[in-house]
Design a protein around this ligand. Sequence first.
Ligand code: ADP
Ligand code: MG
Length: 720
Amino acid sequence: MGKAAQAPDTSSISRLDQIKISQYFGCNTFSERTMHERLQRDVYKAYRQALKRGEPLSPEVAKSVAIAMKEWALEQGCTHFTHWFLPMTGATAEKHDAFIAWDEPGTVIERFSGGQLIQGEPDASSFPSGGLRATFEARGYTAWDPASPAFIMEGPIGKTLCIPTAFIGYHGEALDHKVPLLRSMDVVSASARKALKFFGVDAGSVVAQCGPEQEYFAVDLDLARQRPDLLFANRTLQGAKPPKGQELEDHYFGSIKERVLGFMQEVELECFKLGIPAKTRHNEVAPNQFEIAPIYEAANLASDHNQLLMEILKSVGERHGLAVLLHEKPFAGINGSGKHVNWSLATDEGQNLLEPGHTPEENLQFLFFLSATLKAIHTHGGLLRASIAFAGNDHRLGANEAPPAIMSAFLGAQLNHILDAIEKGAAADASTQKIIDLGIGNLPRIEKDATDRNRTSPFAFTGNKFEFRAVGSSQPIALPLTVINAAVAEAIDDLNVKLEAELKAGKEHKAAVMAVVKQAIVETKAIRFEGNGYSEEWKQEAERRGLPHAKDTVAALHIWEQPAVKAVLAKPGILSEGEQESRLHIRHEEYQKVINIETQVLRQMAETQILPSITADLGARAETLGKLAAAGISVPETLKAALQAQATLAGEAQARLTAMKEALAAAEALEDLHARTAAFGNQVNQAKHALRETLDALEDACDADLWPLPKYWQLLAPLV
Ligand code: ADP
Ligand code: MG
């Protein structure tokens, strides 16, 4: 192991080509390398061992690590520490404490105990718990997650040690996104290890891996601050289409403008210091839309890092005069942003279980895990859909650009052909020769060329991993990852039982595996779809196939509410029924709040900014026409008619504004949680949309000098 990374002195370097990334990667983390250098050998070994096996640290080991961490943090100049966690708000939470304690009266010293490292007790009553915690039992605990390295957050004139933690209630109930993710990783590891034994592989553990590709928009900060909708709702609630949108498709992979490149480079610098393996940067399809993708990591690390990345994007953006918009649909009529959650399983030795192998044996194993994943998506497509259901994502899913709301899997022509052959072939008594005949003996490496990629599929196999493309750009990835892990674990368990039975019945190994794989292939055929997921025909075809189609959040949450659906998380102890109910409750409330805020903001914009501007415009023009007439210039009827049309439209806008206010009041008055969610999703959203239509039309007719808001074309103009 090499030397621990040193922080680059960025004050003295003007260009990053003067220092290699590897020299400072992770310098702001209490990394394994740093631990290796600073911990006693046996302590380090015990720490590694516990991590590898996914077991908790013993108190003695935890204490030694804590002491070393404190010394390191103080040496780095940290004055404060915080337990950093992911409550169910979806944002990260932190409460900073200085390292100081009283020594003698009047003097302070730096102090930090092992206990403070391992466990914190934030006042948890203000975080959403969905009714899990009665207020008299408001205590929650944050517990250090040793698999995620502590890191240093640099402030303007000081540093803070951040300790990634899980957030749990007094009775051990999960109050955050990390706990279920960690539980699901243990569950899928156990199931996959068991399966691997059938293939003669004795893995220490199996790790769910993830590489989340993050899309975002960046717009000029000064302009964004002039729009209440961008400030408070993170998206534009009104805005006429610009004369040129993304029609020319000249932005995707286009050359990155210098201002944006400078911003991206600083984002990457911050990422590298925190050990976030940022790998790819490029322009996305829509104007001013971009993407950053890291190298994959263990799913829990990828989740923490994605949360950090979203914060880095926003804060570095502000330093560069850019507002980074993570919303799923900041601009109507222009592509929205998502997060491609790439997922796979690998042994602790690094063998990717979704990588086609070199030998028939390896390929049998690959087919086993592939068909288990298909089975997971087939059985739990509804829950998977629910895991990404929230107001922001409703604008994308099924809206003819992002993956449709129907969960299907894309495998590509080669694999499909093989799976079809297995289904038709006499796989039950497959000998090696038969396997080779079926094309399994020498599975082709799946080429990642563009022709074989289907961007319309929500769950696509891309050579050695699945890519879940329906996740929203602002959303924590922890829950979708939890659901994938849980569903795949359940499917593997099912195949394990069947395989064991086949073997017990005396079937030869290959034939037994093929029988189980074949059955899974037949059962899951309905979710395999290679065609255009955006097409109307697919919606009808999917209905014929009996696939769930939750068009919006309301419908998706309804699926999750079914006891049979909850079982996949409840049975293995990932989230109990109660924990799931609390999450569902939070989702309902969050959905209502988001739409409520949007409606209030739009009301205010319409009432206090847009409609007054329109009447001012009308008045000014009418006055001008009057002056023309007074000067003896005949005013053409067409000009009068245009003004009349604008006045009529303004009247329509006023009527729709009233209708929107009424719809909001009616929704808020509903007692029943579900009825309220449905009213917000239907009547309120429809009223909001109707108002927006007239406001957009008014914008197109209004004197540009009088229009009170930055326009789409200004926000989407190239950033120079
Ligand atoms: P794209 O899908 O944009 O063409 P890639 O396929 O190269 O790009 O990778 C996209 C993301 O998938 C990256 O974050 C990468 O680290 C991640 N990834 C690659 N292999 C795996 C894997 N085995 N498991 C999980 N994620 C992976
Ligand atoms: Mg991708």
